[in-house]
Ligand binder design. Structure first.
Ligand code: ATP
Ligand code: MG
Length: 281
C-alpha cells in the first residue's frame, strides 16, 4: 500500500521518548486470538483502565496481547500509556491511509497497543465497516485482542461488538450506571455475543453502594471481578503506565491479575480483604 504518512525520526522520538516503540507483527500458524470487547453503557466507569490493566495482566501471564483503542471520538489508551502522539493511528488505518501493522506500538512493559488519534482533524470520514476486517487480520498474531470501546451504542461500538468473541461489561456500583450496563448486556446478547461477565470498579464497599448481589441479579451475569477504588490508579495514570506495573502489590493490581487468570481459564485463589477474610465478605 502507498503510505501517505512519513515516519520521521522526530515521530519515532516522540514515541520512544514516551516509553514505546513501533513493532512488526509476527503471524503465527494455528493460534487464534480471543477478541474481548470492554464495554459499559455509561461513560467514565473504568473501561480504559480495565482494558489496559486486563491486557497488561494477560501479558504478564505470558500471553501475547494487543489492546486496541476503539474509542475513536475520545481515545485514551495511548494517552494513559504515555503515547499521546504517534505517527500512525487506527484512524489512519480506517481511512485507508495505512496498514494495521504500521499502527501497532509496544509499550516498554511489553504490552502492544493500537492507539486512536487525539486530533479532531481525524474525527471524520473513517469507515467503521473496516473494523471487523482489521481485527480479524490480527487474530493469528496474538493470543488476545482487547478492545477498549466507547461508551454508549454508537456505530463504532456496534462494529467492535460485531467482531467480539466475548464481551466484558464494566460498571460502578450505583443504580444509573448498572441500568446502563444492563442495556450493554442486552445489546451484546441481542447481537448473539457471549457476555463473559461484569467487572465492578471503583468499589468502596459503602452502604450507599448497590450491593453486588443486586448487580448480579439485575444484570443476570456473573461478576468476574470487583476492583476497589484506589489512588494507585490515579498515580499510575500520572506515571503514564498500567497500575499493574507501577503498583503490582496494590489490591487493585492483584484484582486485575486475578481477573486475567479467570479470563485465561487458570485456577484462581480469590484476593480478599482483611475484613473480608474475617467476615466472609
Ligand atoms: N479502581 C479505580 N480507583 C480509582 N480511580 C479509578 C479506578 N478505575 C478508574 N478510575 C478513574 O476513573 C476515571 C475514568 O476511568 P476510565 O477512563 O478508565 O473510564 P472509561 O469508562 O474508559 O471512560 P470513557 O467512557 O470516557 O472512555 C479515570 O480518572 C480513572 O483514573
Ligand atoms: Mg475510556
Amino acid at each position: 500500500m502507498n503510505k501517505t504518512y512519513k515516519v520521521t525520526f522526530s515521530d519515532r522520538y516522540t514515541f520512544v521518548q514516551n516509553g514505546a516503540r513501533r513493532v512488526p507483527l509476527i503471524h503465527r500458524n494455528k493460534i487464534m486470538a480471543r477478541v474481548i470487547v470492554i464495554n459499559s453503557g455509561k461513560g467514565g466507569v473504568g473501561k480504559t483502565t480495565t482494558a489496559i490493566n486486563l491486557g497488561t495482566s494477560l501479558n504478564r501471564l505470558g500471553k501475547e496481547v494487543i489492546i486496541i483503542d476503539a474509542n475513536l471520538n475520545t481515545p485514551n489508551v495511548g494517552l494513559q500509556l504515555g503515547a499521546p502522539i504517534v505517527p500512525v493511528t487506527l484512524n489512519h488505518v480506517l481511512k485507508g491511509k495505512a496498514d494495521i501493522e504500521d499502527a501497532i506500538y509496544e509499550h516498554h512493559s511489553g504490552t502492544k497497543i493500537i492507539p486512536s488519534s487525539l486530533s479532531i482533524k481525524e474525527l471524520t470520514k473513517f469507515n467503521t465497516k473496516k473494523i471487523p476486517e482489521i481485527i480479524e487480520s490480527l487474530r493469528d498474531s496474538c493470543d488476545y485482542v482487547i478492545i477498549d470501546s466507547a461508551a454508549g451504542f454508537g456505530e463504532e461500538v456496534i462494529a467492535v461488538l460485531g467482531v467480539a468473541d466475548e464481551v466484558v461489561i464494566v460498571t460502578n456500583p450505583e443504580m444509573p450506571t448498572v441500568t446502563d450496563a444492563l442495556k450493554a448486556v442486552k445489546v451484546a446478547r441481542e447481537m448473539g455475543k457471549e457476555v463473559n461477565g461484569v467487572i465492578v470498579t471503583r468499589h468502596v464497599n459503602a452502604k450507599y453502594e448497590m450491593p453486588l448481589s443486586s448487580i448480579r441479579s439485575m444484570l443476570e451475569t456473573q461478576i468476574i471481578g470487583v476492583i476497589p477504588e484506589d489512588k494507585a490508579v490515579k498515580e499510575a495514570l500520572n506515571m503514564r503506565d498500567a497500575v499493574v506495573h507501577t503498583h503490582p502489590r496494590s489490591r487493585v493490581s492483584r484484582k486485575y491479575l486475578e481477573i486475567a487468570r479467570k479470563v485465561n481459564g487458570d485456577e484462581v485463589e480469590e484476593v480478599r480483604s482483611f475484613l473480608g477474610r474475617i467476615f466472609g465478605r
